[in-house]
Design a protein around this ligand. Structure first.
Ligand SMILES: NC(=O)c1ccc[n+]([C@@H]2O[C@H](COP(=O)([O-])OP(=O)(O)OC[C@H]3O[C@@H](n4cnc5c(N)ncnc54)[C@H](O)[C@@H]3O)[C@@H](O)[C@H]2O)c1
Length: 377
């Protein structure tokens, strides 16, 4: 099989993907670009095999680059994605896909026109927790999903300027995506609410007055899920949580992001006592390194701590690599979907539904919960 030449653009968070591309057996050359020359120098010294580029344009015009992975600041995502596709290259982009419904439509149009692959690199869809819940659902152990909940609490003080005052649900993807995929149906409507007050200086950039937003999403199959998102002046420990309530079993994230989740089983008592028994256990998640080619399995846990003889123990001890082991799975899905000429799991339709539902949740919050229809992309 031929190998894919990949370019990585944006080397803050993006840098964590570089060694994974370098080690992926189906990747040929890797080139990078960042506007920060210090970062480029560091890459040159640490990874001599990587080709350093002097501009984004140089990457776009390089006929040898097949695919570009964007990990740049949020306001650049839409324009850069469209440029990559218009230059006839496959594109992966970190979240959110865009921050307006118009830009989501523009990206979907560019995918259609180019015939190239688009993938939204949503980490929460490849965490070891999500993979575990998906297995519970697919095996029938969870029963019927009755309700879903997602959360993303993070304090953004001193982050780059574009974050200041960001409408919480514009970056609601980590809370929304797992619910959307487990529900197995498009999000068609949302009722969103804003809450709390924050420094008026934070209102200026986006006209957003809310430090916290919560929304109820309606799925086309009638299911509902709630997501809560906080960014500023809210004392809650970091968590990108998933909560799934099934007719037979439920899954609830731990209090802190790295805590082990709680699994509850609904077990009718043998006699005719009221209610049912609901035993709860706290479980260490299995490491799904088995879904990956051997050279990148080690990236499912923190750098240097993967023990190939005992991959489960290394996860228990080190709590998984970036975003709960998701990074190598994202790279693998992007690369193999292109080489196998199939749609990636998180294609432009799914990415736009997840991101668009968040954009609509903020619109609804500005109208005090009025229902907003999520457009079909
Ligand atoms: N779990 C996740 O999926 C997750 C986690 C963290 C960040 N993110 C996303 O990743 C992106 C990057 O996050 P970050 O924290 O590294 O952001 P950042 O703003 O700190 O860094 C972005 C990098 O892009 C570079 N850059 C800026 N303009 C550029 C341009 N025109 N061309 C090339 N490079 C440019 C900057 O120099 C910087 O190194 C954001 O969009 C964020 O939403 C996603």
């Amino acid at each position: 099989m031929r190998k894919l030449n990949v370019a990585l653009v944006g080397l803050g968070f993006g840098l964590s993907f570089l060694p994974i591309y370098l080690d992926h057996p189906d990747v040929g050359g890797v080139s990078v670009f960042d506007t920060d020359e210090t970062l480029l120098r560091t890459v040159r010294e640490t990874y001599p095999a990587v080709r350093i580029r002097n501009s984004f344009q140089e990457i776009l015009e390089d006929k040898e680059v097949d695919a570009v992975h964007l990990v740049t600041p949020i306001p650049l995502h839409a324009d850069q994605t469209v440029s990559v596709l218009e230059h006839g290259k496959h594109c992966a982009c970190t979240v959110p896909m865009a921050t307006s419904l118009e830009d989501l439509a523009r990206i979907c149009g560019a995918v259609r026109a180019s015939g190239k692959t688009y993938m939204m690199m949503e980490t929460t869809l490849y965490t070891y927790q999500f993979l575990y819940v998906k297995d519970l659902l697919d095996s029938g152990k969870l029963g019927r999903i009755q309700f879903l909940r997602g959360s993303h609490y993070q304090d953004m003080r001193n982050w780059p300027d574009y974050w200041m005052g960001l409408p919480p649900m514009w970056y609601g993807t980590h809370a929304i995506a797992p619910m959307r995929v487990l529900a197995g149906a498009r999000i068609c409507r949302v009722n969103g609410f804003g809450s709390g007050t924050m420094d008026p200086a934070l209102h200026a950039q986006y006209g957003n007055p809310f430090p916290v937003e919560s929304a109820v999403f309606t799925f086309e199959n009638g299911l509902r899920g709630e997501a809560t998102r906080s960014l500023f002046e809210t004392a809650r420990t970091y968590q990108e949580g998933l909560f799934v309530y099934g007719s037979d079993m439920s899954f609830e994230w731990g209090l802190r992001d790295g805590d082990d989740p709680f699994i509850t089983t609904l077990r009718p008592f043998p006699d005719d006592r009221r209610g049912a028994d609901t035993p709860v256990e706290q479980l260490v998640m299995p490491n799904r390194f088995d879904l990956l080619p051997e050279p990148i399995q080690k990236y499912t846990v923190a750098a240097g701590s993967f023990d190939p003889q005992n991959p489960q123990r290394s996860l228990k001890e080190h709590r998984g690599g970036g975003h709960h082991g998701s990074h190598p799975h994202l790279v693998h899905e992007f690369v193999t979907s292109i080489l196998e000429d199939r749609r990636p799991v998180i294609d432009e339709h799914l990415g736009a539904n997840i991101t668009g539902a968040g954009i609509c949740a903020h619109l609804s919050a500005l109208r005090d919960g009025e229902p907003v229809t999520v457009p079909e992309f």
